[in-house]
Design a protein around this ligand. Sequence first.
Ligand code: FPP
Length: 255
Amino acid sequence: MIPVPSRQTVSGKVMSVRSPEHVAIIMDGNGRWAKARGLPRSIGHRRGVEAVREAVRTAGALGIRYLTLFAFSSENWSRPAEEVGELMGLLKLFIRRDLADLHKEGVRVRVIGARNNLSPDIRSLLEEAENLTRNNTSTNLVIAFNYGARDEVTRAMQRIGEKIVLGELEPKALTAELIDAHMDTAGIPDPDLIIRTSGELRLSNFLLWQAAYSEFVFMPCLWPDFDRKAFEEALKDFASRERRFGSVSSCEIAS
Ligand code: FPP
């Protein structure tokens, strides 16, 4: 979460960075995609998985080191039981069907979000995916599943609080870096770019701590329609931004 990554500054001057190291995506619009075609929402989610596959391929082809996908939020449990079951089933299917290929491609899978209220079969599949791909070094695919940023921060605070009570940690030793190390995303750089599809202009409890200096691209296209062209369009938009991380523009420093 360090606000000014060194690769983006030279002698304290802010540079414009052309290519993001970490792209995070709020995959929205599966339901509307299906509704527009008179199809059940479940078909929209299934087509959404196709778009997930394409996004992972594109990230690999474009050299994006980290791709985080918001697949199921801690608030999504409030959807009808049938839809929750469908989304759980799709995650299981995705891991069972795609894990071997992801591993062959050198993709490292990490999952962020709470595990305690997931069914044992899903928990063991998530662990299997993480363990199998632990040493892979191409794209890092981070799946946010049963994830909510406030829940993540709360769990991190609970762990830190326990350490303070046990005398393992002095309250004064608490820093932003230490909080970072207790988040689900420990070791993962902050997202440079957050994309949300479907035209909604919200963060919806996604990576609230980590998004402090992220650039945002909101796209009208619905998630099942998000293809390589749409991904490249978002990257082009990102490339046109000047990131200042609270500093001033490089022109102003020079003058
Ligand atoms: C938002 O669309 C999408 C979701 C809540 C789930 C996203 C899930 C997938 C793309 C498939 C499963 C993912 C993996 C990694 C296997 P929405 O249903 O809220 O659409 P709407 O706003 O148009 O109703």
